[in-house]
Design a protein around this ligand. Structure first.
Ligand SMILES: NC(=O)C1=CN([C@@H]2O[C@H](COP(=O)(O)OP(=O)(O)OC[C@H]3O[C@@H](n4cnc5c(N)ncnc54)[C@H](OP(=O)(O)O)[C@@H]3O)[C@@H](O)[C@H]2O)C=CC1
Ligand SMILES: O=C1CO[C@H](CO)[C@@H](O)[C@@H]1O
Length: 314
């Protein structure tokens, strides 16, 4: 059976399934987080750029106040946006997130992307985005992350969207070791090479867009989400599971923590209920066969940035 938690290199247990909150709208995300806590979720994936930390925080604080859950049972992640990569900007940015959540500390704070934007760039930066690029080295940003850790504002630190050589460069220069690299991971880009590389170095992969961001189905330029494949549905029927449950189970079997987003209570419950079946070798091979390394999230506008991560193979 699949493990319900994954041990990080600092001894903390990360719940394998977390709730994603990107695009969870105001007025929706509070109910989604409450439904998730009721369903048994303890891991929440958030980011300053999602603009909904305050509402997520309201839901969490209400659930703590009503006795449904204790703060120390929760694992709350947020992320530093690209405008705040100067080392002295990191602690104030994290404090702003904590204030929005109404919480004293995070469990995990991530550098959202390895590439920075100038502090005063519009959010979101659009148009001729190159004019806003900053060349602050993510090693400098990492020093700010270490300061935040020292101050007890977050129990762990890590990054997101880092390629293997960027991971190695932080490891070669860090004082506090990263615990997690959060990257896109679904059957279309199963990240086996990056996962093996990170695992050897004690870093856990957290997989975003695990369902291939299903609302992108049929959108030109985006890979077809595997959850709409008829054979995946067939496999699910055998275990009395949905296609989404098959895909999440497959990813978790690779040792990846998954953070599906849903604002639909029935799907929130469904996405956590993935631990009671095991795909056989033939079914796993079928899921493996989708791997083409096509991303939903490649941020092509940033491809000329000095620290763009997706030009390397992994
Ligand atoms: N670090 C980074 O750069 C990034 C991080 N992320 C994080 O990862 C999370 C997940 O990725 P995301 O981009 O949201 O994409 P997902 O792959 O999680 O897909 C979310 C979509 O799938 C739908 N869905 C959820 N459950 C099911 C189900 N059981 N069956 C069918 N459809 C379902 C949701 O609809 P509905 O809500 O209507 O149920 C929503 O439209 C984000 O929310 C965010 O927290 C995402 C992108 C980049
Ligand atoms: O977390 C995120 C959600 O997706 C966005 C793009 O689609 C990203 O910019 C961002 O990193």
């Amino acid at each position: 059976m699949l493990p319900k938690t994954i041990k990080l290199n600092n001894g903390v247990e990360l719940p394998t399934v977390g709730l994603g909150t990107f695009k969870s709208k105001p007025g929706e995300v509070e109910n989604a987080v409450k439904a998730a806590i009721d369903a048994g979720y303890r891991h929440f994936d958030c980011a300053w750029i999602y603009g909904n930390e305050a509402e997520v925080g309201t839901a969490i604080r209400e659930k703590i106040a009503s006795g449904s859950v204790k703060r120390e049972e929760l694992f709350i992640t947020s992320k530093l946006w690209n405008n705040f990569h100067d080392s002295e900007e990191v602690v104030p940015a994290l404090k702003r997130s904590l204030e929005a959540f109404g919480l004293d500390y995070l469990d995990l704070y991530l550098i959202h992307w390895p590439f920075g934007l100038k502090k005063d760039s519009p959010i979101p930066a659009s148009g001729d985005i190159q004019q806003y690029f900053s060349d602050v080295d993510y090693l400098e940003t990492w020093r700010g992350m270490e300061d935040a850790y020292d101050l007890g504002l977050t129990k762990s630190i890590g990054f997101s969207n880092f390629n293997a050589s960027q991971v190695q460069r932080v490891l070669d220069h860090c004082r506090i070791k990263p615990v997690v690299n959060q990257v896109e991971c679904n059957p279309n880009i199963n990240q086996k090479k990056l996962n093996a590389f990170c695992k050897e170095r004690g870093i856990v992969l957290v997989g975003y867009c695990p369902l291939g961001r299903s609302e992108f189905v049929g959108k030109p330029g985006f890979p077809a989400p595997t959850i709409f494949d008829p054979r995946v549905a067939e496999i699910g029927k055998k275990y009395n599971k949905s296609p989404a449950q098959v895909v999440l189970n497959y990813l978790a079997s690779l040792g990846v923590s998954v953070i599906p987003k849903s604002a639909t209570p029935s799907r929130i419950i469904e996405n956590l209920n993935i631990f009671d079946f095991t795909l056989n070798a033939e079914e796993t091979a079928y899921l493996d066969s989708f791997n083409t390394n096509q991303r939903v999230t490649s941020l092509p506008d940033f491809k000329d940035h000095k620290y763009y991560s997706f030009s390397a193979e992994f």
